[in-house]
Design a protein around this ligand. Structure first.
Ligand SMILES: Cc1cc2nc3c(=O)[nH]c(=O)nc-3n(C[C@H](O)[C@H](O)[C@H](O)COP(=O)(O)OP(=O)(O)OC[C@H]3O[C@@H](n4cnc5c(N)ncnc54)[C@H](O)[C@@H]3O)c2cc1C
Length: 378
């Protein structure tokens, strides 16, 4: 395994860092405060061809795609967690098509996704089916060569800007329910958006419920075959979990940098608080844990890109470690900054709120532990 960054990866890292520092950092607090999806950041990503990073190589992407995407996402989330969801969700949305789409499905959507002209969302979760995916109630019924979808999805990232959903449903075949994924254009009659969530963090990223009422889709919109849906969901989440880990690493790094610089300028008892060993030890632990998490995320991404047998285990481990780590790190960043850290004048308050979700979505961390344990006990 060689985790040294190629010249191209270093160039992408530098470019994304520069645009995030120059264009998004001054607006990150406002994006959180307004709780609106930042359209200007979408335009910025488009202009700098950053959406290319979510596409497979034959559709304009890069070799070693996930590792490169993780490097870029870390730079985005270091500055603005909400903005990292734009890139992260575009990758999650592209996943089912890139991994399971046929040639015509790929040709229809992937070039537009890579250019940031088409947005894709991943519609799996339902009010009664979160961790327990198989408990979903959304159903597709075949009638005159067309499937009719009825049901509700909730917590779907960027459903309000999506052009296409991957919708996971149940299809009954000879009395047995088979989880089946469909590509559904969001303008199809019968689709309506429900509640937009008012969230603790990642407030500049929209999260909506979707209602499907007699939504008709042609048979050719099935991804893979009837019954492949569960496998499709897991394949996409294996990738998404590594990406989530990289978002966590970026936020942890951002919080640690802010806290370290504050500690050197905040004087108490006649000296900078960073002169105290108690503060130094906290910073040392934060930096060490962030490095460990980054190494795990990159190792998992390398395993994913190289399709190794350990990929699923490393994906779950990197997600588990990085996302628990970011909660500890951002909480410590607030602690180091005292009352200032708790207020919105400094970004660590936002970073701590943003951090919490990473241990919940893309499979809650309890579920990651089940996946890891299963790989040990198999
Ligand atoms: C901001 C945000 C964005 C999201 N984006 C998307 C999206 O784009 N697409 C999508 O499909 N979904 C999305 N989700 C949904 C997300 O994936 C789910 O919230 C997550 O899978 C957990 O499901 P749940 O919330 O129903 O919790 P539950 O499954 O009800 O779990 C509640 C708690 O019980 C624990 N638990 C459950 N089962 C077990 C078990 N067997 N053993 C031990 N503990 C267990 C969980 O770990 C958790 O701590 C998003 C959610 C949020 C909040």
């Amino acid at each position: 395994m060689d985790l040294r960054l190629s010249d191209e990866q270093q160039m992408i890292q530098k470019t994304v860092r520069k645009i995030m520092e120059e264009k998004v950092a001054p607006r990150a607090a406002e994006i959180d405060e307004k709780a609106e999806l930042p359209r200007d950041v979408i335009e910025l990503f488009k202009a700098n061809q950053i959406f290319n990073l979510v596409a497979p190589q034959e559709y304009g992407g890069l070799e070693g795609q996930l590792l490169t995407l993780c490097i870029a996402i870390e730079e985005v989330s270091r500055v603005c967690g909400s903005s990292s969801m734009i890139l992260g969700n575009q990758s999650l949305g592209a996943g089912p098509i890139a991994l399971w789409g046929n040639e015509s499905q790929k040709a229809k959507y992937l070039p537009g996704i890579a250019e940031g002209e088409i947005f894709a969302s991943f519609a799996l979760t339902e009010p009664n089916a979160g961790s327990d995916v198989a408990g979903m109630q959304t159903r597709a019924v075949l009638k005159n060569n067309r499937f009719i979808i009825n049901g509700n999805k909730c917590f779907i990232t960027h459903a309000d800007i999506a052009d296409v959903f991957t919708v996971f449903t149940k299809v009954a075949v000879e009395g047995k329910d088979k989880i089946t994924a469909f590509l559904v254009d969001t303008k199809t009659p019968g689709i309506s958006l429900g509640k937009k969530e008012n969230k603790m963090g990642l407030r500049g990223s929209s999260t909506c419920s979707i209602n499907f009422e007699d939504v008709e889709v042609p048979e050719e919109n099935i991804l893979g075959n009837i019954g492949d849906g569960f496998r499709i969901a897991l394949d996409c989440l294996d990738k998404g979990r590594i990406m989530t880990g990289s978002m966590a690493v970026g936020i942890a790094r951002g919080a640690m940098e802010v806290a370290a610089s504050f500690a050197q300028t905040r004087y108490q008892f006649g000296k900078p608080i960073s002169d105290n060993q108690g503060i130094q030890f906290m910073l040392a632990d934060m930096a060490t844990e962030t490095e460990v998490a980054r190494a795990m995320v990159r190792m998992a991404a390398w395993n994913y890109d190289n399709k190794t047998p350990d990929m699923v285990k490393f994906s779950a481990m990197s997600k588990l470690y990085a996302t628990d780590m970011v909660m500890r790190t951002t909480t410590d960043a607030v602690q180091i900054m005292g009352g200032y850290g708790y207020c919105k004048d400094y970004p660590v308050e936002r970073m701590m709120r943003d951090a919490k979700i990473f241990a919940i979505f893309e499979g809650a961390n309890q579920i990651q532990r089940l996946v890891i344990a299963r790989s040990i006990l198999k």
